[in-house]
Design a protein around this ligand. Structure first.
Ligand code: C5P
Length: 419
């Protein structure tokens, strides 16, 4: 797998995960800044506890710089404890990773010692713990270490590696800490194994989101008030259910949703091109607020105000209708095409008409009349209109919940229809 592919696959599992990394005192500690960097590049948040032994091999400053967070060192530090007590620290993560896990820290973990911050955190935690052992081959093979590892494994501690190879001490055998990328892959798989079912695994979804910008000249454009929040939330929700998602987005001020491939566009024509380039797909959700018109003949030069002259007349030309174009029957038509209908009045009647006119399968209709706060806001109140099925009126919900419900209905559709 290429590095880029590994970032993409592992990001879906690691994005937004909180990892508490305990760095104990082995030579392999020098690899932990790279480990932190790799985890963070896949979207995980990493907080570090560094033991005194660990600090012999890697500086707190290095780990602080790569984690962009405070590095916790001392059980007896009043500042550490007042900022985040050891109990809170031990619970503020989704998983605790001990890397490198030396023979000494494994022994202390196995026997419940709590004589420094790292071991106190490990004893106080209610979170899952994974260890990446790293030590000399004889220490690793010693009956005491093997018994400690067996005890920890029996208590549910996950063990990553160690690898076999040449050691810093000149000997050869098992005991080398797994490479950072292999620890990352292991952790990603560990999270994937714990996730719920992935009903949309193997499906490709294209989602459009945000406004479009239609240039008047190189500096001015026609736009609308869409924030992209709903479309981005739909992309994230489909990815959570296992779909491979291509999010074709107009200009928005939102972070890319984790585990989603984002194609940034500006105009409606670019949006259509990007969607067509992303085909084939099983699902299309057209949530973008696409401009109906563009300025015909928008030039390369900025329009100039003419002293005493009339303002320029803008000639508008129609934009392609992305939803209608991609709904046309043919081999490339996604099996399920979902449009959005933002209306200010007669919401249901107009939306029903839109379903027929555009040729899509479902419409999510919402009221955007002034006062609803839908545009740019975080909540949405919608109706789901599907051919030959009763209309569903959903209560006022956060846009992320609307997205999760829609993704669940889409998963049901494929599950029931087994298309
Ligand atoms: O026609 P109207 O803009 O109300 O239709 C809204 C639906 O059509 C939305 O799903 C929107 O993303 C889609 N649409 C489109 N291309 C256009 C106009 C609207 O895909 N040019």
């Amino acid at each position: 797998m290429t590095e880029q592919n590994s970032i993409q696959t592992d990001s879906a599992a690691l994005a937004a995960k909180r990892i508490l990394l305990i760095v104990a005192g082995g030579i392999a500690a020098f690899k932990t800044p790279d480990l932190v960097r790799r985890l963070r590049e896949r979207g995980a948040a990493v907080r570090v506890v560094l033991t005194d032994g660990g600090a012999q091999f890697v500086t707190p400053l290095t780990l602080q710089a790569v984690s962009e967070d405070k590095v916790y060192r001392d059980l007896w530090s009043l500042t550490d404890e007042s900022e985040m007590g050891h109990i809170q620290l031990s619970r503020s993560a989704d998983v605790i990773l001990v890397a490198p896990a030396t023979a000494n820290i494994l022994a202390r973990m196995a026997h419940g010692l709590a004589d420094d911050l790292a071991t106190t955190v490990l004893l106080a935690t209610d979170k899952p713990v994974l260890v990446a052992p790293a030590m000399n081959v004889r220490m690793y093979e010693h009956a005491a270490t093997q018994a400690n590892l067996a005890l920890l494994a029996a208590r549910g501690v996950g063990i990553i590696g160690p690898d076999e190879g040449a050691m810093a001490c000149g000997e050869y055998g098992p005991g080398r800490m797994s490479e950072p990328l292999s620890i990352v892959a292991h952790l990603a798989q560990w999270f994937r194994d714990r996730l719920g079912p992935k009903p949309l695994a193997g499906r490709h979804a294209i989602v459009t989101s945000g406004p479009t910008h239609e240039p008047i000249d190189p500096v001015r454009y026609i736009a609308n008030r869409s924030s992209g929040k709903q479309g981005h939330a739909v992309a994230a929700a489909l990815a959570t259910l296992g779909a491979r998602v291509t999010l074709v987005s107009g200009p928005v001020r939102l972070p890319d949703p984790p585990g989603v491939a984002v194609v940034a566009v500006e105009t409606a024509r670019q949006m259509l091109d990007a969607c067509q380039a992303a085909l084939p797909a099983d699902i299309l959700v057209a949530a973008a607020a696409v401009a109906d018109w563009h300025v015909a003949g928008a030039g390369e030069k900025k329009l100039k105000k003419q002293e005493g002259g009339a303002p320029p007349a803008l000639l508008l030309a129609e934009n392609p209708d992305i939803l209608a174009t991609l709904s046309i029957n043919g081999p490339q038509r996604p099996a399920l095409v979902v449009g959005f209908a933002a209306e200010t009045n007669n919401v249901l009647a107009y939306a029903q008409a839109k379903l027929a006119r555009k040729g899509c399968d479902w419409i999510v209709a919402n009221d955007v009349s002034p006062g609803t706060g839908t545009f740019g806001g975080d909540r949405n109140s919608v109706h789901l209109i599907r051919r030959e099925q009763p209309v569903e009126d959903w209560p006022d919900l956060p846009k992320t919940d609307v997205a999760a419900r829609l993704a669940a209905r889409i998963a049901d559709h494929f599950e029931n229809g087994k298309k």
